[in-house]
Design a protein around this ligand. Structure first.
Ligand SMILES: [Zn+2]
Length: 593
């Protein structure tokens, strides 16, 4: 590949020929007209529709939603590729505002379905012609028992602007305003929070600890504000749970994830029973780093001499081979991302950071953004994002409302793809040092997405329970945080003193209550699926494709059942951790300890 081809971004012309294409303006115009007609045809009338008429309405709704989404998705990709470009910036802003306006215009449709009397709804849902929309219909109705009369909902929304939303915004503003100074290589320098956190991967232990301490102590200076935000947000949630008749603070999250409280409780218990696995790994890692014991700032430290680089051709080849060994069809799907230029590979000025895969609609193929620099984690990211890409391509046969997988299933193909790559590399990499690095990276990833998320969720559960007894001081918040982390680390890891403030910057607690256990769920599901594949071989491939191809048309429980997995069975979660145990055993053998 020539240098210029290497740096050329993805090809967005299958969407629109250019940002000023006439088709784009025409789509926006047409969407506006169609939304107005849709509203005129159905607003206040959903209750009068029979099954056939509701089906027709759904089909129009989907076609219209796609028309609204397309310009916005295009503009988002354009902007991600070059945020410095004014045309992209303006188009992105304009299409986002347009989509927001349209969603308000069309909101009535779902609200009226939610408001249908139970008997009428049951008759519609049972009609065979609405079968493709069955799961979607059920999801719309999920929150009905917890929805208040319209006027009360309006008042709650209105008052939250100067209430809980204001505290949430304050938290974001405070977090964004913090600036840090730290000595590095003999010089006092300014850093962003992100930069300090990324120094947890720095080779020097002193720098790692100094960076994290600087970061946390800055948060401690904001003790009054952050403590007040936590107390208010938690109190607001408990009041709302009471008003809406929920059974506990986690209930709405579980309902949205279509998981029962029992399943989540077992997931958390089994995770705690396996904390010993993490301690076993931390002890091995201390040995690899030549330390008597790990501090919590050493967990992600690079191993001495771990600097193998892979050029992108090698990375692509490794990932394609790993996928091909699973299924030649999978390789074909991911290879098409490169052939069609639906991947933006290298970092450059103005391009958005990190990596993502953007699912589009059932009509348009997904795109992947990378910032490839050549280290081992970058190779894993290629497998991860192409896994997402494959998931969307397989779900392309679904209707728009069923196209995006639900949250607990969203990481299935991406994490599975990473597992395929890890296994392929472990089997073929001649350098023992690289194999050790690879296993450590995989195990650290699994620990971060399972045990650490479980600690966060348990802490969150406890602060919600204690807040109902009265105000939580920051000392108490620190105590609870210390206790829950201590249960994981035991005597294998020493926590640095400033880690008492480790809770204070985690925005999930403020923005996405009890979100963290979804990571644990997703990771363990994939580990169990991967283990099943190792046991069952080729017979397992069509089952996994059926799960992935279902997109968002099934609940996590129904999807798991396809693979013969019963989420209610605690043994299922244990299987996932058993696989982690096997990986740690493999590492122990390589290390010789
Ligand atoms: Zn992902």
């Amino acid at each position: 590949m020539t240098e210029s081809a290497q740096h050329s971004p993805w090809d967005l012309t299958p969407l629109y020929s250019s940002p000023d294409a006439l088709e784009l303006t025409a789509d926006l115009e047409s969407a506006k007209v169609q939304a107005a007609t849709f509203r005129a045809d159905y607003s206040g009338k959903v209750i009068d529709l029979d099954a056939a008429a509701l089906l027709a309405a759904f089909q129009r709704y989907e076609a219209l939603s796609e028309l609204i989404a397309k310009p916005q998705l295009y503009a988002h990709l354009l902007f991600a590729a070059d945020s410095g470009d004014d045309v992209a910036k303006c188009l992105s802003q304009r299409t986002a505002e347009f989509a927001n306006l349209m969603s308000r215009e069309l909101l009535f449709f779902n609200l009226e379905i939610m408001a249908l009397p139970d008997e009428q709804y049951a008759a519609l849902a049972a009609d065979p012609c609405l079968e493709p929309y069955g799961h979607h219909l059920a999801q719309i109705r999920t929150f009905k028992p917890h929805t208040l009369p319209e006027r009360e909902e309006q008042l709650l929304t209105l008052k939250s602007l100067s209430g809980v939303d204001a505290f949430t915004r304050l938290f974001d503003e405070i977090s964004a305003s913090l600036s840090y100074e730290m000595e590095l290589e003999g010089e006092i320098r300014k850093f962003t929070g992100e930069e300090l956190l990324s120094m947890l991967h720095h080779p020097d232990a002193v720098v790692r600890e100094r960076a994290f301490t600087t970061f946390l102590e800055k948060h401690q200076e904001q003790e009054i504000v952050i403590g007040s935000v936590f107390n208010t947000v938690i109190l607001d949630h408990s009041q709302e749970m009471e008003l809406r008749g929920y059974d506990g603070p986690m209930a709405p999250t579980n309902l949205g994830n279509e998981l029962t409280q029992g399943v989540v409780a077992r997931l958390m218990e089994v995770s705690e029973q396996n904390y010993g696995l993490a301690r076993e790994y931390f002890t091995l890692k201390a040995k690899l780093l030549g330390l008597p014991q790990l501090k919590n700032t050493d967990i992600y430290a690079p191993l001495p001499g771990a600097d193998k680089k892979f050029d992108f051709h090698e990375a692509r080849d490794l990932v394609q081979t790993a996928f091909r060994q699973f299924s030649p069809k999978w390789e074909e799907i991911i290879s098409a991302f490169f052939d069609d230029r639906r991947v933006d590979i290298y970092p450059r000025a103005g391009k958005s950071g990190g990596a993502f895969c953007m699912g589009m609609t059932p009509t348009y193929l997904p795109y992947v953004l990378l910032n490839y620099t050549g280290n081992l984690r970058d190779v894993a990211t290629v497998a991860h994002e192409l896994g997402h890409g494959l998931h969307f391509v397989l779900a392309q046969k679904q209707r728009l409302v069923n196209y995006h997988p639900c949250l607990p299933l969203a990481e299935t193909a991406s994490v599975f793809g990473e597992m395929l790559l890890t296994r392929h590399l472990l089997d073929t990499e001649p350098d023992k040092g690289v194999r050790i690095e690879l296993l450590c990276a995989k195990i650290e990833d699994i620990i971060a997405t399972t045990f650490r998320q479980n600690v966060l969720t348990r802490f969150e559960e406890r602060i919600h329970a204690e807040r109902s007894e009265g105000l939580l001081t920051s000392t108490r918040l620190g105590d609870l945080w210390w206790e829950e982390n201590g249960r994981l680390y035991g005597d294998a890891v020493t926590m640095i003193p400033a880690y008492r403030w480790g809770w204070s910057y985690i925005s999930h607690f403020i923005h996405a209550r009890f979100y963290c256990y979804s990571y644990t769920f997703a990771e363990l599901l994939v580990l169990s699926l991967y283990r099943k594949y190792r046991e069952e071989g080729e017979a397992f491939i069509p089952i996994l494709e059926e799960i992935l191809g279902g997109g968002g048309s099934r609940s996590p429980g129904d999807a798991a059942l396809l693979a013969g997995i019963d989420l209610e069975d605690p043994g299922f979660w244990q299987k996932g951790y058993d696989y982690l145990g096997e990986l740690i055993g493999e590492l122990r053998e390589l290390v010789g300890g």
